[in-house]
Design a protein around this ligand. Structure first.
Ligand code: PHE
Length: 488
């Protein structure tokens, strides 16, 4: 799929929002803010190279660029650092399990990273779907908005400031629109390394077991049915680690993360009792389980799930760090573990927050419900405003058609995330969800038709008919202009 400039004039805009300056092409983009035209060159004859200026740095645009001013406007928000915000409270509670000086806490790393940092340094294969422009926001061919906090792993290993670290940060992924998905969310990553050259007698497994014994005990009921490694499903990195070393790393990793879950959920249960939502005597004991997983940069790998209101929910991913990552970062003698957890996912459970858009709300009826510190309290919804469903149906271009010049969206290269992006650019947080409700191929022309149902609903007020109509009209217009579809 290509998002190349289609020969239209490229213009620039100057957007200043909440302290950072974003200079962007206005072509195609919607998304509010103060736009001002700005030419890069005063020499009329000099070729103009499109560029984005973000936080004082200039990035050349190219055919990979797919960031919009609306997505860039999230960069300064840093919810994980707002003292009484539920994302920040969740971060602080988890961070307290990883004390300094063993762990350095990195909480202000810039979200623009290279493709090499986000993918290559972690061993992502060249054809990994995460690299595609339908899933990831590209500033240009070599530069992305980080899709995960692991993008900083290699650099932090290289800096080698402490044995462990945590990173908390905003991460960006193109995705569906519904109550649990948002194109920006926050992750916390943690890692702990041991250096073979620095442990007593060079016995790294023994050193890890000693540290394991020092971890706080907990009385959690845990299901862990699988062996630590499995030759096909979850292999040992046999050329780098002995089975005994991996047993020690896995034990330390699992106990550390079980401690995180106990810390989080014991606070949440206390809050539920305090709010009268639960009876202390009737509280079910917390149940968690380990399952096997896969990440390109750990092996073996696991996910931790927690039983919450009858369903097993995936809370975090983790594993034994691939030795190649450490070798390439110049610390071949270190071995250890890493994990990553989505903070909104955890915060939604802990604070009973029903819609991920609420985290971005500036409404005091939301923000004032939380207090500074590590207290967890159940969110009290302030009201439910009416929903307004609107459908949009369109034909994709048949793949053989050359009509539309550089336009995209024939049946082969259409991706739903492009529809989502347009709806987000137009409707922002006034859209609750977008669902595909119909999908068929015309028996004669073989063209494909899709119908999406958009639910316009604000979390803060009742929307006026007229503004919903305007938004919907704008969505329709941009579907044609940006995707080249034919409305039905
Ligand atoms: N970065 C992974 C993700 O975003 C999570 C992870 C971090 C897994 C570290 C293993 C180790 O899904």
């Amino acid at each position: 799929m290509k998002l190349a400039a289609t020969g239209r004039a490229v213009r620039f805009a100057w957007i200043k929002r909440s302290g950072i300056d974003l200079r962007c092409k206005t072509r195609n983009w919607i998304g509010g803010g103060q736009y001002q035209r700005r030419n890069q060159s005063t020499n009329q004859h000099a070729p103009r190279i499109p560029a984005l200026e973000i936080d004082g740095k200039s990035y050349t645009e190219d055919g990979w660029t797919n960031v919009s001013p609306s997505i860039l406007s999230y960069l300064p928000r840093k919810l994980h650092l707002q003292p009484s915000h539920p994302v920040s409270i969740t971060r602080q509670v988890i961070e307290s399990n990883f004390p300094s000086p063993t762990y350095t806490h990195y909480n202000d790393l810039h979200p623009i990273v290279t493709v090499a940092e986000n993918f290559d340094s972690l061993g992502f294969p060249k054809d990994h779907p995460g690299r595609s422009r339908t899933d990831t926001y590209y500033i240009n061919r070599d530069t992305v908005l980080r899709t995960h906090t692991s993008a900083h792993e290699a650099q932090i290993f290289r800096d080698n400031k402490s044995e462990g670290y945590t990173i908390s940060a905003d991460v960006y992924r193109r995705d569906a629109i519904d109550r649990s998905h948002y194109p920006v969310f926050h992750q916390m990553e943690g890692a702990r390394m041991w250096d073979r050259r620095k442990v007593p007698g060079g016995d790294v497994a023994r050193a890890i077991w000693t540290d394991f014994e020092r971890l706080p005990k907990h009385g959690l009921s845990i299901e862990d049915a699988n062996p630590t490694t499995h030759p096909e499903r979850n292999p040992l990195q046999a050329e780098h680690h002995s089975p005994g070393e991996v047993e020690a790393i896995a034990a330390h990793l699992k106990k550390s993360l079980e401690g995180v879950v106990v810390g989080l959920f014991s606070r949440a249960q206390k809050a539920a009792v305090a709010a009268g939502h639960a009876d202390a005597a009737a509280l079910e004991p917390l149940k968690v389980r380990w399952i096997e997983a896969y990440f390109p940069f750990t092996s073996p790998s696991w996910e931790l799930e927690v039983l919450w209101q009858g369903d097993w929910l995936e809370l975090l991913g983790c594993g034994v760090t691939k030795q190649d990552v450490l070798i390439n970062a110049g610390v071949p003698d270190q071995i250890g573990w890493a994990f990553g957890v989505g903070l909104e996912r955890v915060a939604m459970l802990l604070f009973s927050i029903p819609d991920i858009r609420l985290f971005w709300s500036k409404d005091p009826r939301f923000l004032d419900q939380f207090s500074v510190g590590e207290n967890i309290n159940a969110f009290v919804p302030f009201s439910k405003y009416p929903e307004c469903y609107k459908d949009v149906s369109f034909w994709l271009r048949s793949s053989s058609s050359s009509a539309g010049g550089g336009m995209r969206s024939n049946a082969q290269d259409f991706h739903e995330n492009d529809v989502m992006e347009i709806v987000r650019d137009v409707g922002s947080d006034l859209v609750e969800d977008v669902r595909l409700v119909d999908d068929f191929v015309h028996p004669v022309s073989r063209r494909k038709s899709l119908c999406y149902r958009i639910n316009y609903r604000s979390l803060e007020r009742t929307l006026r008919n007229e503004e919903v109509n305007q938004m919907h009209e704008s969505v329709r217009k941009h579907l044609v202009e940006r995707l080249g579809v034919e409305l039905r």
